[in-house]
Design a protein around this ligand. Structure first.
Ligand SMILES: CC(C)(COP(=O)(O)OP(=O)(O)OC[C@H]1O[C@@H](n2cnc3c(N)ncnc32)[C@H](O)[C@@H]1OP(=O)(O)O)[C@@H](O)C(=O)NCCC(=O)NCCS
Length: 218
């Protein structure tokens, strides 16, 4: 398996990547921001994506987006092809894109919003902390991406304060300070997410936010 920074030679995978993301969201019955192949190709051309290939077979992908004039970056669109799940590939891709983001945008806060336990686990290990949406970028273009998610009505009803997704943030200034003060604290065990608490929170949110007709349909 080769995990590399994507470039324009990978453009031929863009459509397949978008189809895999859309198909997986359908199977999960979850909300997702839609991506176009053109957008994915731009990410590849700008060196803002990581692709995992097994020979020439597509295995996984993730890309960087910069918001708020580069004050924030997000690692979005993580996808591992169903044939390659369950063996730590998402973790490897996320680590690669995180490292790349930190090199390319060293002062930016790195954030993500997700409903997925796998992503929450991986982000926690990388040093992200769960935060309220108010701590994330207020760049309207970022939040516009949510318009294509089927839960967008929730985000609107709450005036962008909360949604089914959980916001997670890596603040480089805070993490560097912590590392300097207490290197022990950065050990992996301290970064473990409590999956039970997260699953409970998710079910509470679904109960509160999902309208009855939505729940009956899905
Ligand atoms: C979510 C996804 C990226 C995980 O890929 P993967 O390569 O199978 O993940 P990994 O093997 O690296 O797993 C990382 C951790 O997450 C856990 N995990 C993986 N999939 C999970 C799932 N569906 N539910 C709960 N935990 C999961 C793994 O057990 C592992 O934790 P552990 O080491 O403590 O056991 C992949 O299933 C996928 O592409 N899904 C569809 C798209 C998606 O959900 N993207 C995220 C959008 S927010």
């Amino acid at each position: 398996m080769e995990i590399t920074i994507a470039n324009k030679s990978h453009a031929g995978y863009a459509q397949y990547i978008c189809d895999t993301i859309a198909e997986s969201a359908k199977v999960r019955g979850t909300g997702i921001a839609k991506r176009t192949p053109e957008y994915v190709i731009t990410k590849m051309e700008n060196g803002n994506a990581v692709i995992a290939l097994d020979g020439d077979k597509f295995a996984g992908f993730c890309y960087i987006e910069a918001w708020g004039h580069g004050k924030f970056v997000a690692n979005s669109g993580l996808i591992v092809h169903p044939d390659y799940r369950g063996s730590g590939l998402a973790r490897q891709i996320k680590e690669a894109i995180f490292k790349h983001s930190r090199t390319k945008y060293p002062d930016a806060k790195v954030f993500g919003i997700t409903t997925g336990l796998a992503v929450m686990k991986i982000n926690s290990e990388l040093g992200y902390k769960p935060v309220t949406f108010s701590e994330l970028t207020d760049d309207p273009t970022f939040w516009k991406g949510c318009q294509t998610c089927r839960n967008y009505d929730i985000l609107q009803r709450t005036e962008q304060k909360m949604c089914l997704c959980t916001g997670m943030l890596y603040d480089p200034a805070k993490e560097e300070k912590k590392k300097a003060e207490n290197p022990e604290e950065l050990k992996k065990k301290d970064k473990k997410l409590n999956p039970k608490a997260f699953t409970r929170l998710k079910s509470i949110k679904e109960h509160l936010f999902l309208r009855k007709e939505k729940k009956e349909h899905h």
